[in-house]
Design a protein around this ligand. Structure first.
Ligand code: HEC
Ligand code: HEC
Length: 201
């Protein structure tokens, strides 16, 4: 009888030790997970990164192809493009006024700037930046219905590699460029997504 009771106590003790071990392991896991999600959802950090990057998005080199109307804009004061140029269904011009008539694959000194496939966003997805607040632009960039069906990562990929975006830092003589380098801009956009992609109000 005594032996059996003893055996019972040993079993209980063993179970207790296993349970305590489990609690320690789970607590460790939980705090790890907690830290990981906290890293992913630094919403103040994300908002700050986007607000700083927005300085580039609203720069005339970018804004001029992302106007609220149907005509592209020119120069630092974002005047309406001359020659009555219009967006057209595919963003490549309306009627005979095709962008490629004047815009080639390189910047023409004193003339039309250019890189391959120069055009603006199409009528059915105009990707307007002009007149938006940083918060509104942030939400638009995250909305697949307004950004060409992209995820946050794909938007960033576009920003990293698209030749039209890169042109903003090589716009041809006489045109200003954003204060921040493309590398810094790209780093801020990556930071925005890595910290959870929260938007300024
Ligand atoms: C010559 C016109 C032109 C210029 C200049 C231009 N863009 Fe764009 N941008 C476009 C077009 C066209 C699209 C749509 C491309 C597509 O869907 O593949 C676009 C799309 C975008 C998008 C949306 C991508 C998405 O996934 O939602 C972002 C962000 C963007 N441009 C940023 C910029 C920035 C930043 C600059 C300046 C450094 C810039 N653009 C300059 C024509 C331009
Ligand atoms: C008939 C010729 C012509 C056509 C067609 C044309 N452009 Fe232009 N574009 C120019 C010239 C020239 C400039 C340079 C103007 C300047 O800097 O004073 C220019 C400048 C621009 C700029 C200004 C860049 C900046 O940031 O200052 C944008 C944006 C632009 N064009 C977009 C377009 C788009 C998009 C199309 C087609 C929908 C188009 N253009 C069609 C001749 C043309």
């Amino acid at each position: 009888m005594a032996r059996l009771k003893n055996h019972g106590q040993t079993k209980t003790l063993a179970l207790l030790i296993v349970a305590a071990g489990l609690v320690v392991v789970l607590a460790g896991l939980f705090s790890c997970l907690n830290r990981a999600t906290a890293g992913n959802q630094d919403s103040e950090g994300a908002k700050k990164a986007f607000a700083e990057a927005a300085e580039v998005l609203f720069h005339p080199r970018c804004l001029n192809c992302h106007p609220s109307g149907d005509a592209p804009l020119i120069r630092d004061d974002s005047q309406t493009h001359m020659f009555n140029v219009k967006r057209g269904p595919e963003g490549k011009g309306a009627g005979a006024m095709n962008c490629s008539l004047c815009h080639g694959e390189t910047n023409k000194p004193g003339g039309a700037p250019g890189v391959a496939n120069w055009h603006m966003p199409p009528e059915n997805m105009p990707m307007v930046f002009q007149g938006l607040t940083p918060g509104q632009l942030c939400r638009q960039l995250k909305d697949p219905k307004q950004n060409g069906g992209r995820t946050g990562e794909q938007v960033i990929d576009h920003i990293d590699k698209d030749t039209l975006v890169l042109w903003g830092w090589n716009p041809g003589e006489g045109r200003t460029t954003p204060k921040m380098s493309h590398k810094e801009f790209s780093a801020k956009m990556h930071e925005w997504i890595a910290k959870g992609g929260a938007c300024p109000e």
